[in-house]
Design a protein around this ligand. Structure first.
Ligand code: NAP
Length: 337
């Protein structure tokens, strides 16, 4: 089989971007043998050349200028792993307008700009793929896409933040208080030095908004999620839940109520006879309910460099093979006024 080259640009070469670079280097031959596609990193946007070299990439691919990325004709797919809303969202839009396929791991930029980015992708006939933005290596988007082929999705419910699940697991199993469990999570690298986005439920709200937008086919914004974090969960509540055979979990839930979606992120008691009660440490699980298929549960590592890079590489290959065919239709939120 004759191979074809697919040029990649990385925006951000941190934990995830670096792992994508290493996966392409280490797995490139296997990927080529399986798919006939040779992945080649042509550009890597980073604040320092050092990061690019540390990721095993040649120094000449390093750039600090987005225009050098979008203006490079050898770049077919732009992979964004910078994080934060801006400048990431602008870079994603510029890449799509310049005719690049886009793959992103950035839940915040996507959740806040989903309709605009999907429209830009459709206008330019390019792929907008984001498997890594929710559930790391768990194939959630691919599963949702498959379920949505002939189902109406009526409910999504899950544990989508590994940091808070790690903390709640430690509180339950080691009988530690919240602050101590948080410190342990930070020491092990499961929690950021500033843990606000995780422990206050913002990260879970972004992820829920993305999943619900796909199910609804319209842009559901993170502000529409009724959000409570885990900072108020007490050791007593955790111990009581355990005594009842269940667990307190930070549950991200979206439910169709008539034509309205009800969206909530909050710590909840999960009875012991439900799968979600048994999701431990930094693992994630999401239950998707379709009106024909019934409930489907997906479980796995919701973060980490290798699982996340695996989802990104799969998206890159899908973008190269199927182009705009996999870009979702997300219409803007209708005004209520
Ligand atoms: N880590 C995970 O397990 C995981 C899993 C799923 C999804 N994600 C998502 O993936 C994205 C990246 O996460 P990460 O963990 O890889 O973060 P990270 O290690 O902090 O990497 C982000 C990289 O982007 C660079 N960057 C940020 N803004 C930039 C700018 N304006 N110009 C140039 N470079 C810029 C940073 O450069 P500096 O080093 O110079 O600051 C850093 O190297 C986030 O959206 C995150 O939510 C992460």
């Amino acid at each position: 089989m004759a191979s074809r080259e697919v040029g990649i640009a990385l925006l951000g070469v941190g934990i995830v971007g670096g792992a994508v670079a290493r996966t392409i280097t280490e797995q490139g031959d296997v990927i080529e043998a399986r798919t006939g596609i040779r992945l080649v990193v042509r550009r890597a946007l980073a604040r320092s050349r050092e990061r690019v070299v540390q990721a095993g990439l040649p120094p000449e691919v390093a750039t600090t200028e987005i225009e050098e990325v979008v203006g490079d004709e050898r770049v077919d797919v732009v992979v964004e792993a910078m994080g934060g809303e801006e400048p990431a969202a602008t870079y994603l839009r510029r890449s799509l307008e310049a005719g690049k396929h886009v793959v992103t791991a950035n839940k915040e930029a996507l959740a806040k700009n989903f309709a605009e980015l999907a429209a830009a992708a459709r206008a330019s006939g390019r792929a907008l793929l984001f498997e890594a933005s929710v559930g790391g290596g768990i194939p959630l988007m691919a599963s949702l896409r498959q379920i949505l082929a002939d189902n109406r999705v009526t409910r999504i419910r899950g544990i989508v933040n590994g940091t808070t699940n790690y903390i709640l697991t430690q509180m339950a199993e080691r009988r530690t208080a919240y602050a101590e469990a948080l410190r342990e999570a930070q020491r092990l690298g499961y929690a950021e030095p500033d843990p606000t986005a995780d422990v206050e439920g913002y990260d879970a709200a972004y992820k829920l908004a993305i999943l619900a937008s796909l199910a609804a086919g319209r842009h559901i914004r993170p502000e529409q999620v009724d959000r409570t974090g885990i900072t108020g969960v007490t050791p007593e509540q955790v111990a009581e839940a355990r005594a009842r055979g269940g667990a307190i979990k930070l549950i991200a839930g979206a439910e169709l109520d008539g034509e309205e979606w009800r969206l909530r992120v909050a710590p909840e008691f999960v009875p012991g006879d439900h799968l979600l009660a048994h999701v431990r440490l930094n693992f994630n699980a999401v239950e998707i309910t379709g009106d024909r298929v019934g409930p489907v549960v997906l479980y796995g590592q919701g973060a980490g460099p290798l699982p996340t890079a695996s989802a990104i590489v799969s998206d890159i290959l899908d973008a190269a093979r199927f182009g705009a065919a996999l870009t979702p239709h997300i219409v803007p939120q209708m005004s209520r006024t």
